[in-house]
Design a binder for this molecule. Structure first.
Ligand code: SF4
Length: 346
């Protein structure tokens, strides 16, 4: 078993049952979650006898960096290969002095959003907390190599984070606390396709990080055609869960809205979105679509985007237009892994 899959209590119990001091647990975790070592023999202040005890009973298998693709703007896709040959991708997104890490929670995704390259893959499996953390840690290392700081982490890569709730939360715990990276939770954004029970659970757990929801339409018919999960959790239920989240946490959520030509980009769509947003405070991120040859969508025209944004602003809504990064390296989620894994209908 990978040592990162056990709890602190379990490690302490294991150590004391084997005649070791309990304080060694903290040292072990520091090596793993702060220094990111790849083996027990690298734990310099741990006696050799304990290193052997650990390696006889546990594994410590970090993800291997498989492929990197770098765009002109510096955005770099990183393929991570895990112990069972599953692959997921992380993205290094630089600005002048800072870097944002976009990480995956699963290999593949079973939600099959029709605009998403990950939806073309077979569902692989949930990633463990350690495997998610590996992506954060390696992108942090890449940032430091360029003398930049890892400033933000977005759980927006492959897979649905709220369908891998425990591992995602454990990885966040090691990002925000010590032993770990001790980053502020306000630097983290978790993005969901709208898993209603997961949003309610986050509210009950007092999530301190940002929550983003991939909305893409405020019309059930259109949203269900884009995101089949909308049939299970339609917009009305999603709205109630968002209101609950806001009441419990006081946080404003963000809607991600991908502009798809002639699908969700008319003034009628903007009007429906404005009406949907009346029940809670929200920020809208309008996202340009990166065309993917296997997917039947095109980006909206600049005029349509401008018209859409102006309409929302005329309703006093907070709107950002986000340029997609790294066009020439397959920037939509799942596209790097798509090159290395078998598509569903291959
Ligand atoms: S957009 Fe997200 S939830 Fe939808 S298929 Fe892609 S990875 Fe899954």
């Amino acid at each position: 078993m990978d040592i990162r899959d056990i709890s602190n209590e379990e490690l302490v119990a294991f150590l004391t049952a084997n005649g070791q001091k309990a304080f060694r647990a903290k040292q072990v975790w520091q090596w793993i979650w702060e220094k990111g070592v790849g083996g027990f023999s690298e734990m310099k202040n741990i006696p050799g006898e304990l290193q052997s005890l650990l390696s006889d009973n546990y594994t410590l298998q970090k993800a291997a960096l498989e492929t990197t693709l770098k765009a002109k703007d510096g955005t770099t896709k990183v393929g991570f290969r895990f112990r069972d040959d599953q692959v997921a991708e992380g993205v290094f997104i630089p600005s002048r002095k800072r870097v944002t890490a976009c990480v995956s929670a699963q290999t593949g995704c079973k939600l099959n959003c029709s605009f998403c390259a990950t939806g073309l893959l077979s569902m692989g499996r949930d990633l463990s907390a350690g495997e998610i953390f590996d992506q954060v840690f390696e992108i942090k290392r890449m940032a430091e190599a360029e003398e930049k700081n890892l400033s933000n982490i977005v759980y927006m890569g492959m897979g649905e984070p709220l369908l891998n709730y425990d591992a995602v939360m454990k990885s966040i715990e090691y990002v925000i606390s010590k032993p770990g990276l001790a980053m502020s939770p306000s630097r983290i954004t978790l993005s969901t396709a709208g898993i209603v029970p997961g949003i309610r659970r986050l509210a009950d757990d007092g999530a301190k990080f940002h929550l983003a929801i991939s909305l893409h339409s405020a019309n059930n018919k259109i949203r269900s055609s884009l995101m089949p999960i909308n049939k299970k959790y339609p917009l009305e239920e999603l709205s109630e869960a968002i209101q609950y989240f806001h009441e419990k946490t006081g946080e404003r959520i963000t809607f991600e809205y991908l502009m798809l030509k002639d699908v969700n980009d008319t003034l009628t769509d903007a009007e429906e979105l404005a009406v949907y947003c009346r029940s809670f405070p929200v920020k809208i991120n309008i996202i340009e679509f990166n065309p993917v040859k296997e997917l039947p969508y095109e980006p909206s025209t600049t005029e349509r985007v401008d018209q859409f944004v102006k309409f929302l602003e005329s309703r006093n809504m907070v709107v950002n237009v986000r340029q997609s990064r790294g066009h020439e390296i397959d920037a939509a989620c799942g596209q790097l892994a798509n090159r290395q894994m078998t598509p569903k209908n291959a």
